[in-house]
Write a protein that binds this ligand. Structure first.
Ligand code: SF4
Ligand code: SF4
Length: 341
């Protein structure tokens, strides 16, 4: 175990960014989101949840796939270069790290998504334990321990120090890079911090939600339930829940006319949007109820059925905080648990 004084974190950021891009929570215009570190950036490790998850680091909201350029009668197709620079995502919470594992199941399985795979290869994750989990958090329901986050390096903030524990080869390499800024530390302060975090988690209102009945075999019983008709009604189809979610992975591919050719890019999409499943033949989901049902059936039934029981929700609670209609996955789980939605 190593540690560094919090007042020296800027030196740590500076050292990392000498050789790799550093992506971390930055406060700007009153909101904290992951962004690239610069000398002027206001790094913010105190805010528990960034508005958007840090999944952009590996799966950007929009990215060019290739460009077609017309020259007379010739057409040049230029694939976009894959990520080839190392970078560090610093301060990811345990739920968001698990979100990356969910994305891995989607993008690293055959056929591998080469854009995502290149970023995963070059990215090092420094996770940060949740000093003060909030009442919208329910990672425990998915067996995620926010006091012991996964990642290449795990970090904890206790008193005036950031504690640092490499957990993988990538983490060891990053530790080597900053070794002269770190000092050896006892584990006792981290043990105490973990005990305090876990005690807090036990008290959170959604920590003991039951997932009983949600599994890969629940498809027909859940799909046909009349509860969806009651639950979906306030949904505005705004897509906010999908855009803040660390595990949502729907995207669209579009062409942009550059005047000299076409730029093909992909951008996040939402299963909550009416034209998401629009195809030449027809739309396979014609009502908002069907789209609403799809989002939760995918996270709680279809995804675990196809991924050895791994749920595609990590209990980050962002949709609980951000939905303008106060709908969220907690309400769905509770409704099927026969409690009031
Ligand atoms: S559930 Fe809420 S956040 Fe999601 S699309 Fe509907 S209204 Fe928007
Ligand atoms: S569904 Fe909601 S709580 Fe679950 S991971 Fe997505 S935003 Fe977080």
């Amino acid at each position: 175990m190593k540690r560094i004084k919090l007042e020296h974190l800027k030196a740590l950021y500076r050292r990392i960014s000498e050789t790799r891009a550093l992506y971390l929570p930055v406060r700007s215009a009153g909101k904290t989101n992951f962004a690239f570190w610069t000398e002027d950036a206001e790094a913010d490790l105190d805010t528990l949840k960034t508005v958007k998850s840090p999944k952009d680091a590996f799966f950007p909201q929009s990215e060019t796939l290739y460009t077609c350029r017309r020259e007379g009668q010739k057409l040049h197709v230029e694939p976009e270069e894959l990520a080839n620079q190392d970078f560090v995502v610093f301060g990811m919470k345990a739920c968001d790290v698990q979100g990356v594992r969910v994305l891995d199941q989607v993008f690293l399985k055959d056929p591998v998504d080469s854009f995502y795979a290149a970023r995963r290869q070059h990215g090092t994750i420094v996770s940060l334990a949740c000093h003060a989990p909030e009442e919208t958090c329910f990672c425990k329901v998915f067996q995620i321990d926010c006091a012991a986050p996964a990642g290449d390096v795990a970090a904890w903030i206790a008193a005036e120090y950031l504690y640092w524990q490499p957990q993988t080869e990538k983490g060891e390499a990053l530790t080597e890079l900053v070794s002269d800024l770190l000092e050896d530390a006892e584990t006792a302060p981290v043990d105490a911090e973990q005990a305090a975090i876990r005690a807090m988690v036990e008290q959170l209102p959604y920590s003991h939600l039951s997932l009983e009945g949600w599994n890969g075999n629940a498809t027909e019983e859940k799909f046909d339930s009349p509860l969806w008709e009651q639950l979906y009604k306030p949904c505005l189809a705004c897509g906010t829940c999908t855009f803040v979610c660390p595990t949502c992975q729907c995207y669209d591919i579009k062409d942009y006319d550059t005047g000299k050719g076409v730029q093909r890019y992909r951008c996040w999409d939402s299963c909550m949007y009416s034209d998401f499943t629009m195809m030449a033949a027809a739309n396979s989901r014609t009502s908002q109820m069907q789209r609403f049902r799809q989002r939760f059936m995918h996270k709680l039934v279809y995804f675990p059925a196809n991924n050895d029981g791994m749920y595609s929700c990590v209990g980050c609670g962002r949709c609980v905080e951000k939905c303008p209609a106060h709908l969220n996955i907690v309400k769905v789980i509770k409704a099927f648990g026969k409690e009031d939605p």
